[in-house]
Unconditional design. Sequence first.
Length: 463
Amino acid sequence: MNISKKEPVFKTLIEPFKIKSVEPIFFNTREQRKKVLEAAHLNLFLVPAKEVIIDLLTDSGTGAMSANQWSALLRGDESYSGSESFFRFQNSVQSIMEMPHVVPTHQGRSAERILLKTLKPRGEYIVSNMLFDTTRANAEILGFNILDLPCPEFYQTQEDFDFKGNINLPDLESALSEKSVACVVLTVTNNSGGGQPVSMENIKNTSILCKKHGVPFVLDACRFAENSWFIKQRESEYKNVSPLQIARKMFSYADMCFVSAKKDGMANIGGFICLRDTKLTEECKRDLIVSEGFPTYGGLAGRDLEAIALGLQEALEESYLHYRISFVEYLYNKLKQIGLPLVRPAGGHAVYIDAKLALPHIPVSAYPAQCFSAGLYEFSGVRTCEIGSVMFGREKKDGTQTFHSQELVRLALPRRVYTFSHLDYVCEAIETFVKKEAASLKGVKMIRSASVLRHFSAHFEWL
């Protein structure tokens, strides 16, 4: 009997892992969730995790580690200085980023603060495709002016474009020519506008402009693996190139980067800075020792360094990345079939609902994205995140509010945590919520807020 040696091709996508340990979900009632939401002042960041059925608040540090990562925890070297765990971590980072200097931190926002602080004397502005919340807060506290220059397609939520995360190159050229710029930060993927990727061509041209004007080029690379996968899928010259090689190419254009290892580091805590400049590295280490710890642990336990060292490699595995992006697309396609207005196309780590279009009767001043998120949680137990005027708006000195250009509800998918049936529940919950209750929502009023990162602690009331 002749048996074909050709691999069969199956249409069914399965998770590229087996489940070894499980965590129970507590199914509370709507009446219970209503009380929880009231106690949290309609802010989902203040809702206890045990009261959430499906938690899509963030993908940061919420993923499941692999058996190999858990095993590596046991060999963690907790020496204060020069631990073996640090050197394994450093080797793993350098094998991808290929920069000579690696500075560990306890998480990404610490890496942002330390690196941006060292760059402060170089200029007044930070120019970006779009800074996310903690990066923006750190920059503002340090006294920087922020200039976000996303590409024109960024604002067209209902139009498809392969690389909506790109920076606007003509505007960047003008800014570099006219302003005192400390650095250019390119966020890959662009979390603020739908988890959209940045093309290799855009990264390359950004690097050329930065070199032309003598301005440091920084990658905010917490989702570098997902961005590499999109480049592989959407830029023809990289079709047959591995994600690792693509990542190396991306980093070759940058002078430095900061990374939250809680995303594509596949770990529950940690971050780091990579640099080419020795002098800047020493400045970063001086700050690190005061605020984080000795340069060979940077606020992390040795076991955490071990988990990151393996997680960075696992994040670049093609089987994982194919599953990861397809998992997000599955949720995107099901919600699109329902008729929800989504940021198009699907992003790398999350699906984004355009709340301005989903709740057209609610004005921006009543925070439609925050209203949608709070209402959905009470209705179904699904926790999402507002990416809009609560997060990016500001209160002026006279008490008036500025509002963001977009009102998005982000459904961020933790890595290797949920299954397709969990996503089916999310879709059913959102479809029923929109049909039965969205029209009756009137919005929310912000009654208390902090001056920095107000979305974490703000209080609201229903209108």
